[in-house]
Write a protein that binds this ligand. Structure first.
Ligand SMILES: Nc1ncnc2c1ncn2[C@@H]1O[C@H](COP(=O)(O)OS(=O)(=O)O)[C@@H](OP(=O)(O)O)[C@H]1O
Ligand SMILES: Nc1ncnc2c1ncn2[C@@H]1O[C@H](COP(=O)(O)OP(=O)(O)O)[C@@H](O)[C@H]1O
Length: 291
C-alpha cells in the first residue's frame, strides 16, 4: 500500500478504536447525568460518528504540519524541555582556541569544488605538502578516499551525494575544532550542497574555492578513464555527462583557480597566499614560497 494511504488508514483506525473507548465513557457519563438509557444511547450513538470524523480530520491536519513549522514550535517551547547534558565544545578543558594557540595559527576549511579531473586532488596534495612543510597543522579530506571508508555505503544519486557532503562537512568541522587547516576535495556539484556544507561548518570557517576547468578539458585529461566509461554508458550518473547530474558553477566562491590557464605551482601559490589572509598566524617562520 502507498505510504500516504497507509497513514490515512492508520489515522482512521486509530479514530475508530479511540472512539469506542471514548463512547463507552460518554454513555456512562450521560447515563449518570440523565438517568435515561435511551437518551444516553442516542448521545453516544451520534457522538461516535461525529468524533471519529473529527479525530480523522484533526490527525490529518497534524500530519500536514511541515518540519519547518514543527522545528519552530520546538524552539518556542524549548524552555519547557529538559536540558540535555551535552557540553558545548567551548567549555571543554582543552578547547579550539587553546589548540590554535599551540599550533600558532587558526583552523579553517578550504573547500575545493570542481569537476572530476579539474585538479582538486593535485592542488590539495601540493598545498598540504607546502603547509605541512611550513609547520602548519593540515589535513586533506578527499572524496575518493572517504568513499572507500566512512562513505563507502554511498553512491552518486542526488541523495547520496548530499549525504556524502553532509558527513564530510561534519568531519571537516571536527578537524577545524582541532585547529587544523582542512582541505576538502569533493566535486560538490550543486549550490545547495555547498550551502549545506557552509551551514554545517559555519560561514566564518568555510572558504569555497572553485577549481575551474571546462568539461571538455576534464574529459580530454580523463585522469582515471572515467569519462570514457561514462560516455560508453558503463558509469551512470557521471557528473557533467549525465543530464541529471550537471555541475552548477559556484556563484560565491572566494577564489577561482583556472587550471587550464594557470599551472599547478601558480595555483597552489595563489591558494597558499589566500590562506595567509584568512588564517591568522603567529610565530611561524616566514615562508619562501616561489611561483
Ligand atoms: N558517477 C560519478 N560521478 C562523479 N564522480 C564519480 C562517479 N563515479 C565515480 N566517481 C569518482 O568519485 C569521485 C567523486 O566523488 P565526490 O565524493 O567528490 O563526489 S560528490 O561531491 O559527492 O559529487 C571522482 O573523483 P575526482 O575525479 O577526484 O573528482 C571520481 O573518481
Ligand atoms: N593547474 C593545474 N592544477 C591542477 N591539476 C592540473 C593543472 N594543470 C593540469 N593538471 C592536471 O589535471 C589533472 C587533474 O586531476 P586530479 O587532480 O585528479 O583532478 P580532480 O581531483 O579534480 O578529479 C592531473 O593530471 C593534473 O596533472
Amino acid at each position: 500500500m502507498h505510504l500516504k494511504n497507509e497513514l490515512r488508514l492508520k489515522s482512521l483506525l486509530k479514530g475508530i478504536s479511540w472512539r469506542l473507548v471514548g463512547t463507552v465513557d460518554t454513555l456512562f457519563i450521560a447515563y449518570i447525568i440523565t438517568g435515561d438509557t435511551i437518551k444516553s444511547l442516542s448521545i453516544g450513538g451520534v457522538e461516535v460518528f461525529t468524533k471519529i470524523l473529527l479525530f480523522y480530520i484533526h490527525e490529518r491536519a497534524w500530519s500536514k504540519v511541515s518540519e519547518k513549522y514543527w522545528n519552530k514550535a520546538k524552539k518556542i517551547f524549548s524552555f519547557a524541555q529538559p536540558k540535555n547534558n551535552i557540553i558545548n565544545s567551548d567549555e571543554w578543558l582543552v578547547n579550539r582556541s587553546m589548540r590554535e594557540q599551540k599550533n600558532n595559527h587558526s583552523g579553517c576549511v578550504i573547500w575545493l569544488t570542481g569537476l572530476s579531473g579539474a585538479g582538486k586532488t593535485t592542488i590539495a596534495r601540493y598545498l598540504e605538502q607546502k603547509l605541512f612543510g611550513d609547520g602548519y597543522a593540515v589535513k586533506i579530506l578527499d572524496g575518493d578516499n572517504l568513499r572507500s571508508g566512512l562513505n563507502a555505503d554511498l553512491g552518486f544519486s542526488e541523495e547520496d551525494r548530499k549525504e556524502n557532503i553532509r558527513r564530510t562537512a561534519e568531519l571537516a568541522k571536527a578537524f577545524v575544532d582541532t585547529g587544523f587547516i582542512t582541505i576538502v576535495s569533493l566535486i560538490t556539484p550543486k549550490e545547495s550542497f555547498r550551502e549545506l556544507a557552509k551551514q554545517i561548518i559555519g560561514e566564518k570557517d568555510f572558504h569555497l574555492i572553485y577549481i575551474d576547468a571546462s568539461l571538455e578539458e576534464c574529459e580530454r585529461r580523463d585522469v582515471k578513464g572515467l569519462y570514457a566509461k561514462a560516455r560508453r554508458g558503463e558509469i551512470k550518473d557521471f557528473t557533467g555527462i549525465s543530464a541529471r547530474n550537471t555541475f552548477e558553477k559556484p556563484i560565491d566562491s572566494k577564489l577561482i583557480l583556472n587550471t587550464q590557464e594557470t599551472n599547478v605551482n601558480a595555483c597552489v601559490f595563489e591558494l597558499y597566499s589566500f590562506i595567509n589572509t584568512v588564517s591568522t598566524f603567529s610565530g611561524l617562520p616566514d615562508s619562501n614560497f616561489h611561483k
